[in-house]
Design a protein around this ligand. Structure first.
Ligand code: NDP
Length: 338
């Protein structure tokens, strides 16, 4: 028996939707979540790919997410969109608010969208990429659960707090980066724990605040931000602008609300969209060309742009489909039996 199963993107999408609908998500909710998972799998971001079906269904089982959520879109100010996710997964409120965010950014030059009361478990690049596809510059931020110590401290205050940025490029895919503000992803520490492998001493602290190379002790203690005080300040900024600023929870509040269930984090996300034409008018092409000069200077010396690996994986998946380990495929099919 082959040890992998190859699915077309359409087959993966319909399988993911089928599982999520079997777990009680409404069709639009399931479709929005499935699209992000398939995009993650397609782009070689497997930690946010179909594997997340296991995480999403576990969150439904633990009662952390509202599978029947019907998001509510509102306009608190002329350039602001708010979508209350009503406790559902963040992809649904994002998809509901996106058209209005684009419309406002194009009308006003800049607009922002708050997703509130939503369960996040995903990568942020699909969201900023969707805005860049509309010719907009985009930024996205979200806190999650307090697992990360501030620089100079050893106790959890921040989430792993990812940020993402997208810049539209004429005639080609946008420049996109998207990463957490920690030294390393929490999932990597978990993988070390499972493999019984030590972690580098600069990844985190144990619960007593001592540096440690024991993965489980870091998971039970505190992770570190990247770049010392710089990553720490960015993590604090993300807590503020995607928490209190938009009337939502900090990572410390969100983990308290989870009350030990170990579900995906509930909270907010802030997305900012800027229309280059707002500043540049009909000189957009001229100035975007200056950006291209910078990209050429980076790549011209052999350095790679963020997103290059992901886009190469995308091309490969589009050509060959998605190869899923057979055992994992069987696990997904099992989810249909629940
Ligand atoms: P990484 O540290 O793997 O960094 C990813 C980014 O850096 C990508 O844009 C990647 O581009 C780029 N990159 C990586 N290596 C290089 C290199 N050598 N040169 C240039 N660019 C490079 O990401 P994280 O582990 O911190 O985060 C992974 C994902 O997890 C993100 O999508 C993030 O949003 C998500 N996440 C979500 C959370 C949530 O609460 N929702 C919490 C934490 C993380 P490329 O893809 O092309 O390699």
């Amino acid at each position: 028996m082959s040890d992998s199963v190859v699915l077309s993107l359409a087959e993966a999408d319909s399988l993911a939707r089928e599982v999520l609908e079997a777990w009680g998500l409404a069709p639009d909710h399931a479709a929005a979540v499935a699209a992000t998972m398939v995009a993650g799998e397609r782009d070689g971001c497997t930690s946010h790919g179909l594997y997340r079906l296991l995480v999403a269904t576990a969150s439904v089982e633990k009662g952390v997410v509202n599978p029947a959520a019907v998001p509510e879109v509102s306009e608190p100010a002329p350039a602001l969109v708010r979508v209350d996710g009503k406790g559902g997964f963040a992809q649904l409120p994002f998809s509901k608010g996106l058209p209005l965010l684009v419309e406002k950014a194009k009308a006003k030059g800049i607009a922002a969208m708050a997703l509130n009361n939503s369960v996040h478990f995903a990568a942020l690049w699909p969201e900023v990429e969707a805005l860049a596809a509309e010719g907009l510059v985009a930024l996205a931020f979200t806190p999650n659960h307090a697992w990360v110590a501030p620089a100079g401290g050893t106790k959890p205050v921040f989430g792993t707090n990812p940020l993402a940025f997208a810049w539209p490029r004429p005639g080609r895919e946008p420049f996109v980066f998207d990463f957490a503000t920690t030294v390393i992803a929490r999932g990597d520490i978990e993988l070390h724990r499972r493999a019984g492998k030590p972690v580098p001493e600069d990844w985190g602290y144990d619960a007593q605040g001592n540096p440690t190379t024991d993965a489980k002790s870091v998971l039970d203690g505190a992770m570190r931000t990247f770049g010392g005080h710089k990553g720490s300040a960015l993590a604090a900024m993300i807590e503020l602008i995607a928490g209190p600023l938009i009337g939502d929870m900090t990572s410390a509040q969100s983990i308290a609300v989870d009350a030990g269930r170990g579900g995906s984090p509930l909270g907010g996300e802030l997305i900012i969209a800027i229309d280059p034409a707002g500043f540049l008018g009909d000189r957009v092409d001229e100035y975007l060309a200056h950006g291209e000069t910078m990209f050429a200077a980076i790549e011209g010396q052999g350095a790679r742009l963020p997103g290059t690996r992901r886009l190469a994986a995308r091309r490969e998946s589009l050509a060959k489909g998605l190869a899923i380990p057979a055992a994992f495929h069987a696990e997904i099919l099992d989810l249909l039996q629940k």
